[in-house]
Design a protein around this ligand. Structure first.
Ligand code: HEC
Length: 190
C-alpha cells in the first residue's frame, strides 16, 4: 500500500512537472529513424546528380524527400521530417518552437567547438496534445550541398532557374560548407 502510494506520487510528479528523462532505447530508436532518412536521401540525391545533373535533382529532392519522410512516418507512427535554419520549403521545413530551440542549441554548441556530425538533442516534452519524445539530429552543410544551398556563384544557372520556379520564396541559399543547415527531427508520442 505504502509502495503503491509512492509510485503514484512519483508518476503524478513526473506528469505535472515534466521531469521525465528520455529512455535511452527510445532515443536510440529515434536516432536510427533519423539516420535512415539521412542515408536514404543522400543516396537518392547522389544517384540523381550523377545520372541527370543537379537541376533535375531539385525535382528529386522536392518529390523524394517528403516521400522518404512520410514512408518512415507510416512505418513508425511518428512524425519524421527535416527543418532548416533558413527554409526552402516553408510548409515542411519551418521549425516549431521546440525545433527552433534545438537549432539554437546546436549553433551554440558548434560555437563552443563541438562537431555537428554526432550532435543531437532528445527531450520529453509535454504539449497541450500530450507527451512526446522530441529528437533532433544536426545537419551540417557539406561541399556537395553548395550546388543547391551555397552562395549565388556556386549555384549553376539551371539549378537557380529551377529553384526560382519551384520555390519562389526560397531562403535556403548562401550557406558555407560546415555551417548548420538544419536538423532531421522525430516526434514520438509517449
Ligand atoms: C539538387 C539540389 C539539392 C542539393 C544538392 C541539396 N539540397 Fe537540400 N533541398 C533541396 C530542395 C529542392 C529542398 C526542398 C525539398 C522539399 O520541398 O521538401 C531542400 C531542402 C533541404 C532541407 C529541409 C529544410 C528546407 O529548407 O526546406 C534540408 C535540411 C536540406 N535541404 C539539407 C541539405 C543538405 C545537408 C545537403 C547536402 C548534403 C543538401 N540539402 C543538398 C535541394 C537540394
Amino acid at each position: 500500500m505504502k509502495k503503491s502510494l509512492i509510485v503514484i506520487l512519483l508518476l503524478t510528479g513526473c506528469a505535472t512537472y515534466g521531469t521525465q528523462t528520455a529512455q535511452p532505447e527510445q532515443v536510440e530508436e529515434s536516432r536510427n529513424v533519423a539516420k535512415s532518412l539521412g542515408m536514404q536521401l543522400s543516396a537518392k540525391l547522389k544517384a540523381e546528380v550523377s545520372a541527370n545533373g543537379p537541376a533535375s535533382a531539385v525535382g528529386v529532392c522536392k518529390e523524394i524527400a517528403p516521400q522518404i519522410a512520410s514512408g518512415l512516418s507510416r512505418q513508425t507512427g511518428w512524425e519524421v521530417g527535416r527543418v532548416g535554419t533558413r527554409v526552402r520549403n516553408a510548409r515542411t521545413g519551418t521549425p516549431d518552437a521546440w525545433e527552433a530551440k534545438a537549432l539554437a542549441n546546436f549553433s551554440e554548441r558548434m560555437k563552443q567547438g563541438e562537431k555537428p556530425d554526432t550532435m543531437e538533442l532528445a527531450e520529453v516534452v509535454t504539449e497541450p496534445s500530450g507527451k512526446y519524445l522530441r529528437y533532433a539530429k544536426a545537419v551540417a552543410v557539406q561541399p556537395q550541398c553548395l550546388t543547391c544551398h551555397g552562395p549565388a556563384e556556386s549555384i549553376p544557372a539551371g539549378v537557380k532557374a529551377r529553384l526560382q520556379t519551384e520555390y519562389p520564396m526560397d531562403q535556403a541559399t548562401g550557406y558555407q560548407a560546415g555551417e548548420l543547415r538544419g536538423a532531421i527531427v522525430v516526434k514520438r508520442p509517449l
